[in-house]
Each structure stands twice: as structure tokens, then as C-alpha cells.
Design a protein around this ligand. Structure first.
Ligand code: NAD
Ligand code: UGA
Length: 466
């Protein structure tokens, strides 16, 4: 039986940081070294003030304060951590490829391959390699070929252990996961490696929630789980458009169908469209994999989830322009929320980026407030789209720290992230500051629209007849 005493995690991002903090908290007998090539990120993880760690997640800074310097360490010394480890988690980014074959669809595996090559170059003792990043099915095969061809006698076992945490609830998801999935090779040494990782999680996760499968099922289950979750959002969003023209109410429909235990009530919240670093990337990757096996019907089926999501973002933006008398040119519009969901500072693929880009193309004057996202991040998200120059973006967009100062002489307020604080704003005061008619577009069905209408607002929300 292999007992793990030293873990290295390559990649100190939204997954590596929180997952390793939880392992360190629950396994004080294991030394956990989280390493990254991004020295700024590592410096932030090591900041004396734990409130400055690079990732905002409720409860995370407290856990870091408890474990950092005890058995949790953050460093840029990747080689040293690899050498010392019995088990190495690879938790680096796997974005959609932006070049070459599979551009815009396939996952870019260059960071994964670099990790494998670095491990192969540096390791002098046997290692268990854990795929924590989300990877295309059969990636372990490529990793194995890189690792097994060094000729230095070091043995590797490769496990797939995809992460299912959601941002904003990472700590509670890690503390109490629905399941932990560990895929391993069906050999004696593969089973021993799998058991070693089961034993790590068994320090806090009930054994019946630790599922073991073969490597390929585990790799494919991660893409499939995200595809199913995103598909539910696109399904209810498709129905939201139908609700708007039939006077059905999408919340009532969701409640009615969710009460069927075969359907279930979660992930049926209609919205301006799903965002986040993974849903789109993972579905595109699934579509690409299906295409590459010649399974065109399978590919087309899943691609529709993305098509629907793009439609939802665009039609919401279009609705704003149409409602504001078909022109927003020169009109001041206040955007509430930039993160892709509440309780995170992550903005990757946030619907807000696309809605605002659409409005900017119509020459609107945009004021943005988000409680956790910096101005620098917002401008770099817009710049990344390359729709217009950064100078033009900066001329049209203002980011504010006090939302109450934003509303003066504005034509519309638009809610794009479901931050709780928006509900407690003094909407009467906001209404008084705005030009009339004062419009409110709620992309999250967050606010109390009866109250807003009583105040005098003209409101639009997803999935309800107006
Ligand atoms: P991230 O971009 O936040 O973090 C990845 C980190 O890896 C970066 O800090 C980067 O500098 C580092 N890195 C890249 N190459 C490196 C190398 N060769 N050596 C050392 N460090 C390197 O990404 P993330 O959100 O943590 O996602 C990581 C993986 O986990 C992805 O595959 C993603 O699909 C998956 N995942 C993400 C989430 C989520 O909620 N974000 C949830 C489940 C799974
Ligand atoms: C998602 C999955 O929920 C995680 O299990 C998975 O580990 C992760 O992707 C990943 O692989 O990265 P995450 O993207 O962090 O997690 O957040 P979600 O809560 O899934 O929300 C994703 C997007 O869908 C958000 O923009 C959210 O607002 C939207 N959403 C979600 C809806 O519009 N309606 C819903 O009912 C649920």
C-alpha cells in the first residue's frame, strides 16, 4: 500500500488553489506544495494579508490562513516540488485552441504537455500523476508516452481525478462533494495508485461518494457532466424566449418541471446566458472530439447548447437597444455585475462581456460596477475581444467603485450578475437620479419587479411577458 506524504500541484489557479487548500486542511500529515510559473499569482497566494489571495471564494482565505506555512506552501520552484512529491496533480489551464488544427474548438494541451515534459526531465523517484485539469478523453495515453520514454527507470501511474467544484461555492463543494471521481488503469499498480488517492480523499469524504472507474470513463465523465449542466441552462433559456411571447412565466415553468424528481429542480434558472471558463470550452471540446471520430450527429447535438447560449446573450442585448427606441447611441447605460456569476471575481466568458460589447458597437456610453472585479480586468476582457481599440473602449466605458454615483442622467440599468447586494439598493433613489422613462433590464431575474414598476421603472426580465 502506498501512503502519500508529499503532494505537488502544478497550477495555482481557481482549481489548484482551493483543492490543495482543502487537502492540506483535511490531511495535516501530508505536505502540499502548490507551484506555478506565474510569480505574481504565487506572491499573491503568499501575501501576508490573506484577504489578498488571488482568488475570491467565500471561506477560502480563512482556510488558507489555517494551513499556509503549516503543511501548505505556494512557490515558483516547480522542479523542487516535483522531485519531493509522491503524487503530482496537474491543474493547469486547458483553454480552447486559438490557432492551428482545431482552432476555436479543441482544448489546447500545450500547458499539460509542458508539465509532463518537465516531470519527465526532473523526476528521480516513482510518481503518481493525477490529471486534475479537464482533459479530452484519452489524454492520459499521451501523458504516459511522454513520461514512459525517458529511460531513467522512474515509474509513473496516471490517474484521472476531474474536479467538479463550481466557483463561488468552491469551499463548500470541496468540503462536501456529491462525488469524487478517480479513474485509474486496470492493472495491479494502477489499482494501488487509485487506492492511494482514495485514501487521501477518505480523510474527509465518505467512502461511498468516492467513485472509481477506468481512466477513459473518468476523463469523459467530466466533459459529459459539464455538457449536461450547460444543456439544462440552454434548455430553460430556450423556453424563456417562448415564455416572453406567450405570457407563461419561466420561473413558474421551472418550478413545475423541477418538482418532477426525474428532472430535479437545480440548474433551471433562466438567465442572460451561461458564462465561466469551462462550459463553453468543454462543450466545444466534446463537439470536436465527436467530430474527430466522425460522429457528426453527436457533435451537432451538443453544439446546439452553445448556439442557444450565444443567441440568449445576443437577444438580451438586442432587446435593450429595441426598447430604448432602437438607438442607444450616446445614451448612458449602467451595468450592474461583470463576473460570470455571483461570489466570484472570475469574469472568463461572462455574458456581461458580450452584452456590453454589443451595446458599445451601438455607441452606448457604459458605466460598469461589480463588487469584486477590477477596472483593469474589465478593460482587458473588452480588449481581448478585439472589436475596437482599447482607446475606444476607454472612451466609452467608465468603471465605478460606488454604484450610487453611476445612475445620474442614465437611461437604463442592466443587471448582468446576480450579486445579492443589488437587491438591497435604494431603487427609489436610483429612479429619482435617472432620466425618464427609466428602464431596468434584469438578466438574472434578481429584483422585485412589482416594486420596481410601482416606483415607476419600465422593466424587462428574462422569461416573463412584459
Ligand atoms: P487557471 O487559469 O485559473 O489556473 C491555471 C494555472 O496554471 C495558471 O496560474 C498558470 O500560470 C498555471 N500554469 C500553466 N502552465 C504551467 C506550467 N507549465 N507550470 C506551472 N504552472 C502552469 O485555471 P483553472 O480555472 O484553475 O482551471 C484549471 C483546469 O481545471 C482547467 O482544465 C479547467 O477546465 C479545470 N476546471 C476548472 C474549474 C473552475 O471552476 N475554474 C472547475 C473544474 C475544472
Ligand atoms: C461549472 C460546474 O457547475 C462545475 O461542476 C464544474 O466543475 C465547473 O463548471 C468547471 O468545470 O469549471 P462554474 O462554471 O464555476 O461551474 O459555475 P456554475 O454554477 O455551473 O455556473 C455556470 C454558469 O451558468 C454561470 O454563468 C451561471 O450564472 C449560469 N447558470 C447556472 C444559469 O444561468 N442558470 C442556472 O440554473 C445555473
Amino acid at each position: 500500500m502506498k501512503v502519500i506524504k508529499n503532494i505537488c500541484c502544478i497550477g495555482a489557479g481557481y482549481v489548484g488553489g482551493p483543492t490543495m487548500t482543502m487537502i492540506a486542511a483535511k490531511c495535516p500529515h501530508i505536505e502540499v506544495n502548490v507551484v506555478d510559473i506565474n510569480s505574481e499569482r504565487i506572491a499573491a497566494w503568499n501575501d501576508i494579508n490573506v484577504d489578498n489571495i488571488p482568488i475570491y471564494e467565500p471561506g477560502l482565505s480563512e482556510l488558507v490562513a489555517e494551513t499556509r506555512g503549516r503543511n501548505l506552501f505556494f512557490s515558483t520552484d516547480v522542479d523542487k516540488a516535483i522531485q519531493a512529491a509522491d503524487m503530482i496533480f496537474i491543474s493547469v489551464n486547458t483553454p480552447t485552441k486559438t490557432y492551428g488544427v482545431g482552432k476555436g474548438m479543441a482544448a489546447d494541451l500545450k500547458y499539460i504537455e509542458l508539465c509532463a515534459r518537465q516531470i519527465a526531465a526532473v523526476a528521480t523517484t516513482d510518481k503518481i500523476i493525477v490529471e486534475k485539469s479537464t482533459l479530452p478523453v484519452r489524454t492520459a495515453e499521451a501523458l504516459k508516452r511522454i513520461l514512459d520514454n525517458t529511460g531513467n527507470g522512474v515509474n509513473y501511474e496516471i490517474l484521472s481525478n476531474p474536479e467538479f467544484l463550481a466557483e463561488g461555492t468552491a469551499v463548500s463543494d470541496l468540503l462536501n462533494p456529491d462525488r469524487v471521481l478517480i479513474g485509474g488503469e486496470e492493472t495491479e499498480s494502477g489499482r494501488l495508485a487509485q487506492q492511494a488517492l482514495v485514501d487521501v480523499y477518505a480523510n474527509w469524504v465518505p467512502k461511498d461518494r468516492i467513485l472509481t472507474t477506468n481512466v477513459w470513463s473518468s476523463e469523459l465523465s467530466k466533459l459529459t457532466a459539464n455538457a449536461f449542466l450547460a444543456q439544462r441552462v440552454s434548455s430553460i433559456n430556450a423556453i424563456s424566449e417562448l415564455c416572453e411571447v406567450t405570457e407563461a412565466d419561466v420561473d413558474e415553468v421551472a418550478r413545475a418541471i423541477g418538482a418532477d424528481s426525474r428532472i430535479g429542480s437545480k440548474f433551471l434558472k433562466a438567465s442572460v446566458g451561461f458564462g465561466g471558463s469551462c462550459f463553453q470550452k468543454d462543450i466545444l471540446n466534446l463537439v470536436y472530439i465527436a467530430q474527430s471520430y466522425g460522429l457528426h450527429e453527436v457533435a451537432d447535438y451538443w453544439e446546439q447548447v452553445i448556439i442557444m447560449n450565444d443567441h440568449q446573450k445576443r437577444r438580451f442585448a438586442k432587446k435593450i437597444v429595441e426598447t430604448l427606441f432602437n438607438t442607444v447611441s450616446g445614451k448612458k447605460i449602467v451595468i450592474l455585475g461583470w463576473a460570470f456569476k455571483k461570489d466570484t471575481n472570475d469574469t472568463r466568458e461572462s455574458a456581461a462581456i458580450y452584452v456590453v460589447d454589443y451595446l458599445l458597437s451601438e455607441q452606448a456610453e457604459i458605466i460598469i460596477y461589480d463588487p469584486k472585479v477590477s477596472a483593469e480586468r474589465i478593460f482587458s476582457d473588452l480588449e481581448y475581444l478585439n472589436t475596437r481599440t482599447n482607446k475606444e473602449n476607454r472612451e466609452l466605458v467608465t468603471v465605478v467603485e460606488n454604484p450610487m454615483l453611476a445612475f445620474a442622467d442614465s437611461h437604463a440599468a442592466v443587471v448582468l450578475t446576480e450579486w445579492d447586494e443589488f437587491k438591497s439598493y435604494d431603487w427609489k433613489q436610483i429612479y429619482a437620479a435617472m432620466l425618464k422613462p427609466a428602464f431596468l433590464f434584469d438578466g438574472r431575474m434578481l429584483l422585485n419587479h412589482n416594486q420596481l414598476v410601482d416606483i415607476g421603472f419600465q422593466t424587462f426580465t428574462i422569461g416573463k411577458g412584459q
